[in-house]
Design a protein around this ligand. Structure first.
Ligand code: GLY
Length: 404
């Protein structure tokens, strides 16, 4: 007997799409999740900072509010995944130290602290002695630091592994390792399924497109505008040993360039180490407008290492074990597209730019609420309306190359 028709097809099994599929399966929806290589997009590069405070920026208050709402969903998400799978997704409430390398960087950092105060976000400037007490490995030339106590961290690869394990165990979920070729519509224009690259059509009354920066390609020709573009980021994975890894997330500005250093607990992470002698440390990230070229650049790797060791000189001792370039899905206003569109049957979960990990649990809850006709009850979500770039009677949508 063939499987019954799914209630939902989710296209794209990065952390966002997999979270949507899992939350849907928990609501007893029958789900097909379609991706030729689950988790091999931006999720693979992500460091996992849940940092709405440190990542907030002038003019982007709606993004900061959304980020705070997103971070609030992580503890329950991690707990539910651990209950379902027994796996630890590396959520650690360690806080974040944001540092400034020189005097100009300190001026910039103080401007952001003033911004945080205006928006009611929690951050405090520290004396040098207090910063060193929090992070003894901080380099002697670092000029200043700010503590963001509510900016935490999770392990995106561990979370993604747990999502796939949970989906594998869910009787109503099926992961199909195929690329989506096109969406199927009916005579009224409603989306009614997805045809995969093997020619199989997965019919369903609802489709969620969660293919990151590639979402525009799949939606080309539909009357909805999804102007996502690739913004490449390169991260490095180091094996730092117990003496060279910082205690907590250390971010910083080094002569105007942002860098972050994210340690995992001993024996966790995806580096070669499984013993207390090995600590995975993720260093990130470059930001380059451009295609998803998966070769690391010499200049990108050099700049990340130079800036990370300016903040934490002990990293010199670490082994460099991986360089991972991947494209993030950027949007014109740096906000994602989440929820139903004007096209019946079509929902979006894409455009998360720098915040796919932070916003995965919230996105999953919001999309599933939309599918079930419930109110997600998150005021900050209004800024991520999936139809906000669609104007007038669009008959063919400018989904590609619609860059800022
Ligand atoms: N959220 C950090 C990054 O995208 O690099």
């Amino acid at each position: 007997m063939s499987d019954p028709q799914p209630d939902l097809v989710v296209v794209g099994a990065g952390i966002v799409g997999a979270a949507v599929a899992w939350r849907a399966a928990r609501e007893q929806l029958r789900v097909v999740l379609l991706d030729p290589a689950p988790g091999d997009g931006a999720t693979r590069a992500a460091a996992g900072m849940l940092a709405p405070v440190a990542e907030s920026w002038f003019g982007e208050e709606p993004a900061a509010r959304l980020g705070v709402a997103g971070a609030a969903r992580w503890p329950a998400f991690a707990r539910d995944l651990a209950d379902a799978t027994g796996l630890d997704v590396g959520l650690r409430a360690v806080g974040t130290l944001v540092t400034a390398y020189d005097g100009d960087d300190l001026g910039e950092l103080r401007r952001t602290v003033a911004l945080h105060r205006t928006w009611g976000l929690d951050s405090t400037e520290l004396t040098h002695a207090d910063a060193r007490r929090l992070e003894p490995l901080l380099g002697p030339r670092v000029r200043g630091a700010v503590h963001a106590p509510s900016d935490h961290v999770a392990d995106p690869r561990a979370a993604h592994d747990a999502l796939l394990a949970a989906l594998g165990a869910a009787p109503r979920a099926t992961v199909v390792r195929q690329r989506a070729r096109r969406l199927r519509t009916d005579a009224t224009g409603a989306v009614v399924g997805v045809e995969d690259a093997a020619g199989t059509t997965h019919r369903a009354p609802a489709v969620v497109v969660a293919t990151g920066w590639q979402a525009g390609d799949l939606l080309d020709g539909l009357p909805v505008s999804v102007p996502v573009r690739p913004v490449r980021g390169q991260t490095l994975r180091l094996d730092a040993g117990p003496g060279a890894a910082p205690r907590q997330v250390v971010r910083g500005l080094v002569q105007g360039r942002p860098v972050y250093v994210v340690p995992r607990d001993a024996g966790t992470g995806t580096g070669p180490g499984t013993t207390p002698e090995h600590r995975e440390v993720v260093v990130g990230a470059t930001s380059e407008e451009g295609p998803d070229d998966r070769r690391a650049t010499a200049g990108g790797v050099f700049a990340l290492l130079r800036d990370a060791r300016a903040l934490l000189p002990g990293l010199d001792e670490a082994a460099l074990v991986e360089a991972t370039p991947r494209a993030r899905p950027g949007t014109p206003d740096n906000l994602p597209l989440i929820g139903p569109t004007g096209v019946p049957g079509l929902h979006l979960a894409t455009g998360h730019y720098r915040n796919g990990v932070l916003l995965a649990p919230l996105t999953a809850d919001a999309v599933v609420a939309g599918l079930l006709g419930r109110d997600p009850d998150v005021p900050a979500l209004a800024a991520a309306d999936a139809g906000r770039f669609t104007t007038g009677n669009l008959t063919t949508a400018p989904n590609r190359g619609a860059h800022r």
